[in-house]
Design a protein around this ligand. Structure first.
Ligand code: FAD
Length: 302
């Protein structure tokens, strides 16, 4: 059942037609529980609420797999405006971006130019930019672009997906930069990715522990209480400095646990906003079919 629903929602998340249509619908099917607002004004209010509770944020202007230059440029402008807002309002917040939203599928050079503009402004303001990791079809291109960006800027990092068989090698190659460790959200083939939860969890713990023993900053991004508890034990037993890591979770997930972790460690909530919510929300439903009840409520009770 879980695999069937997972495949179904991942398939929906990849539909260009549905992603485009959903931009005109406004939030539907309970998406507002996981998307922090439609525009910069509304997400800023939510960030301020989280900051007041000692929680830092990383904001994501939703959108991916863009095929028109004008769309990528408009996404870039929105990200630049968000950077201005973070600075203006002194928000405790950094920014997560997806390279396919900034034109990676149009041309690598165009995408790099957009990123350089974003990184220049972010560096000027002292803001970190995280390059989210997308599906495996974009994996190598993302790493290649990142390496070019790193030649000019130090305020950029990326994500390691523990389901990828090559994760440890890539992580080691990027050992000096800030990294977020996740399990991985896309459907990938057996050739490139572990398929079972047990294998993915084992690799996640191995990668996170290795990072915690190294020097660079690590974001432990998961809602999995078993992994979190195991890493808390590891941190305590190895006397790992709390300045070297943080926990991260997605907006709308396990709120009480977010507050609990934020009492003890640095904590960041991933805060998506914007009208392009469909692909992101379908991936969240793929991970947690229990949330399908949100769709049922929306369809039958509104
Ligand atoms: P899961 O295996 O989904 O959950 C493990 C267990 O935790 C479940 O069995 C359940 O018992 C419990 N649990 C989980 N959620 C809940 C809940 N809401 N309520 C109660 N119990 C729950 N993926 C990418 O591919 N690229 C990215 O750039 C990326 N960035 C991310 C950033 C952040 C901050 C986070 C948190 C995730 C990101 N992801 C990204 C998604 C990630 O790859 C996983 O798909 C997603 O986090 C689900 O995996 P999990 O680690 O939470 O564990």
């Amino acid at each position: 059942m879980v695999n069937w629903t997972r495949d179904f929602f991942i398939c929906l998340s990849n539909s260009k037609f549905l992603n485009k249509s959903a931009q005109k619908w406004g939030f539907r099917f309970g998406a507002e529980k996981f998307v922090a607002g439609t525009d910069i004004g509304s997400v800023t209010r939510t960030i301020k609420e989280m900051n007041a509770r000692g929680i830092s944020c990383t904001v994501d202007n939703l959108g991916e797999f863009v095929s028109e230059k004008t769309e990528a440029e408009s996404a870039k402008r929105q990200i630049l405006n968000m950077l201005d807002k973070i600075r203006e309002e002194k928000l405790d917040c950094h920014v997560s971006v997806k390279l396919t939203q900034l034109g990676l599928d149009i041309s690598r050079e165009f995408c790099i130019q957009n990123m350089l503009e974003i990184l220049a402004r972010a560096e000027h303001y002292g803001i970190f930019i995280n390059v989210d990791m997308e599906d495996y079809a974009h994996f190598q291109a993302t790493i290649d672009v990142l390496k070019i960006l790193l030649q000019n800027y130090g305020n950029v990092g990326t994500v390691i997906q523990a389901y990828l068989r090559c994760a440890e090698d890539v992580m080691d190659e990027l050992k000096d930069i800030r990294l977020r460790i996740v399990k991985g959200a896309y459907k990938e083939s057996e050739a490139v990715a572990f398929q079972t939860k047990a294998e993915i969890d084992r690799n996640y713990l191995k990668l996170a522990k290795k990072r915690l023993l190294g020097d660079a900053y690590t974001s432990i991004a998961t809602h999995d209480h078993n992994i979190i508890r195991a890493l808390e034990d590891f941190i305590r037993e190895n006397n790992i400095s709390h300045e070297k890591f943080e926990f991260q979770m997605l907006y709308g997930f396990r709120q009480e646990m977010q507050y609990e972790l934020a009492e003890k460690y640095h904590f960041t909530t991933y805060m998506p906003f914007g009208n392009d919510w469909f692909g992101y929300y379908m991936r969240r439903l793929a991970e947690r079919p229990q949330n399908i009840n949100l769709i049922v409520k929306d369809v039958f009770y509104t």
